[in-house]
Design a protein around this ligand. Structure first.
Ligand code: ZN
Ligand code: ZN
Length: 646
């Protein structure tokens, strides 16, 4: 009689519930012929053991098992599996090993079902060698045994091993199931591998399984094969929420925000209700694209999952990244549960958007709340110090982060210090710090130094930093142009020619400036020199008028390109067509005055556009926010939150 039929057995008549333990003890296996006295003795021993196992009383169960061992009797597989559950819950490794030993003692042959339980136990205890040894001894292996091992190797990132096991499994004549494939797919470390697997899944007919599908979509997305992912998705007759989440998440991971959002819309049209995972992905997509209006729509859906921490954090991040501090403040205030991510997101959000003192105040509240800061929090705090010009405070946090919070400074913290020193004009100290870094300075660190050189007009260090950047990023057009501008300004024509030659040799082309603005849930892109926008004529006329009026209040186009990454030939005329100017004017034409004009840019804003935006914000009483790849500029009342430093 197996365990299942025992469970299904109806109780004998007259055996009331009070007289029987919750589960009838199974008649013990015995290696010796059963005489009546031993049977009674054995069954009471097994009864006791069973009782302790179900009560999860590990010490007593182990004792009872010891007595059973002496009498060479065994309980049933289900009872042992209960005991192993108990060992796993308590991380009782040595007890787990004793149970394993007992079950195999004296020539007793446990069923495959039970051996699989031990296999799983070793895997969960992260004892892969022991799991493998047990697996090797198994007289018979079923799909569960194989899948347990494949999943274990796949989780341990031993991808070759996982794939090897799949092949051995197929050779052994055991058919993989959906769980096998979803594990093995995650172990694929190359596309040819993946395509081959996809074929074999297709042959076995598992390709319509929801789990396998979503694993396939995840993995194709991971390898940047979004079209293939989409094809797998589209082939499905019925998509369920798991699969929708996989495909939307895939697009959001790959920073294809538009793709993710379009899929989200189709999902809603298909009548699916988004869950937390969907909304988190969609929010990530909105964050990437800085789509505030769409993010706000998602917020409405998020309200259904009131007080879900992960979702609230995603919402907070979206509002911060879209530069809408009002919304992020109110989201933060409403959150009942806050973790280190929530606090750090808010601190960084405030700091990046120019509210340094508020960020530092929030850091104090965080410490009072008892939540321990992590490396990201400290980064936000240093960022705030650097933006508020609090050189000493910043230095204090940098030097004491290890002592007070047990966090080693990483490259980003050094970068922040370089920024801090650079802003304060302490360029030599900044260089000294870079040379002292324990990790290799990366391109961001050098760019930070270069930014400081631009502000403090230090051409020598600028050349040094620019050369370092070009060593790390030989395709960085802006830096070549900046370097050649510096050389040209000091009449070093040979070096100018050299830079131009290098650019030509390396096939470097200038990335055109591009600005995006969202109006009526539509994204409008403006590119320097591109006239395809349907209202471009109107925008140009409006822009000329505005510039004319601005000149009356003192605007002088800034054509000093020496420390800027603009081509020297670009004089006043072409300045006028910088993409952010077009986007700002379009925003003014299309949005009511009380709406903030929010623009995203692919390259840094130039000095002239910065002055233009400041003066325009004042003259027209508008709020303008521009997010470039490095920071945010909030233009309001004639000043910018960056303090003219970027
Ligand atoms: Zn510009
Ligand atoms: Zn600014």
């Amino acid at each position: 009689m197996n365990a299942i039929s025992r469970l299904k057995r109806t109780p004998p008549p007259f055996a009331g519930p009070l007289l029987l333990p919750p589960l009838l003890p199974f008649r013990p296996h015995s290696s010796t012929p059963a005489c009546s006295s031993i049977v009674t003795d054995s069954s009471s021993l097994v009864d006791e053991f069973t009782k302790y196992c179900y009560q999860r009383d590990l010490p007593r169960a182990m004792q009872a098992m010891d007595s059973m061992q002496k009498h060479k009797i065994w309980a049933d597989s289900i009872t042992y599996s209960e005991l192993i559950k108990c060992c796993l819950a308590r991380r009782a490794i040595s007890q787990g090993r004793l149970v394993h030993k007992h079950v195999f003692s004296n020539g007793y042959e446990p069923k495959t079902f039970l051996i699989n339980i031990f296999l799983n136990m070793y895997v969960k205890f992260n004892l892969l060698d022991e799991a493998q040894a047990l697996f090797d001894q198994m007289p018979e292996r079923n799909v569960v045994s194989w899948t347990t091992m494949i999943a274990a190797y796949s989780n341990a990132k031993l991808n070759d091993k996982a794939l090897e096991f799949l092949i051995l499994m197929l050779r052994d004549g055991v058919s993989p199931n959906m769980f096998t494939y979803s594990s093995v797919l995650r172990a694929c470390d190359g596309l040819p591998n993946l395509r081959q697997l996809h074929c074999s899944i297709f042959k076995i007919g598992l390709d319509s399984d929801v789990f396998v599908r979503s694993a396939l979509i995840d993995i194709y997305s991971k390898w940047d094969e979004l079209q293939e992912a989409l094809r797998v998705f589209n082939e499905m007759v019925t998509a369920d929420l798991v699969v929708w989440n996989s495909i939307i998440g895939g697009f959001a991971q790959n920073s294809d925000g538009h793709g993710a959002l379009n899929l989200f819309k189709s999902m809603k049209r298909a009548g699916f209700w988004a869950n937390q995972a969907t909304l988190t992905s969609v929010l990530r997509a909105c964050t990437g694209l800085a789509l505030l209006e769409l993010g706000k729509q998602v917020h409405v859906h998020v309200l259904k999952f009131n007080q879900d921490l992960i979702l609230n954090n995603a919402l907070l991040n979206m509002y911060c990244k879209c530069g809408s501090l009002e919304d992020s403040n109110s989201t933060f205030a409403r959150m009942v549960e806050k973790d280190v991510i929530s606090w750090s997101t808010m601190i960084i959000g405030l700091a990046q958007n120019g509210f340094s003192l508020e960020a530092l105040k929030l850091f104090d509240s965080m410490k009072l709340s008892g939540i321990k800061p992590n490396n990201i929090t400290i980064l936000g705090v240093m960022f705030a110090c650097s933006h508020a010009g609090l050189v000493e405070d910043g230095q204090y946090y940098f030097q004491s982060m290890k002592k007070h919070f047990g966090i080693d400074p990483e490259r980003e913290h050094y970068g922040c210090m370089v920024d801090l020193l650079g802003r304060a004009g302490k360029l030599d100290e900044a260089i000294k710090l870079i040379h002292e870094m324990e990790c290799e300075p990366d391109v961001v660190t050098w760019r930070t130094l270069l930014g400081a050189c631009k502000v403090h007009r230090n051409t020598d260090i600028a050349i040094y930093a620019a050369q370092k950047i070009l060593n790390l990023e030989p395709q960085d057009t802006g830096t070549y142009i900046l370097l050649s501008n510096i050389y040209a300004n000091s009449q070093r024509w040979e070096e100018v020619a050299e830079v131009r030659r290098t650019m030509r040799d390396r096939g470097v082309r200038k990335e055109p400036g591009c600005s995006w603005i969202e109006v009526n849930k539509q994204i409008h892109a403006f590119i320097l020199g591109d006239t395809s926008h349907p209202q471009i004529g109107e925008i140009g006329r409006e822009l000329s008028q505005l510039i004319w009026r601005l000149k009356e209040v003192g605007y002088v186009p800034d054509t000093n390109f020496v420390l800027q990454d603009l081509e020297g030939e670009q004089k006043e005329d072409s300045l006028q067509y910088h993409s952010e100017k077009l986007a700002i004017v379009f925003g003014m034409m299309s949005l009511p005055r009380e709406k903030t004009i929010r623009i995203r840019k692919n390259i840094r804003i130039c000095g002239d556009c910065h002055v233009f935006a400041k003066l325009l914000a004042k003259m027209e009483s508008r709020n303008i926010v521009i997010r470039d790849p490095i920071r945010y500029h909030h233009f309001h009342h004639g000043v910018c939150s960056c303090g003219d430093y970027w």
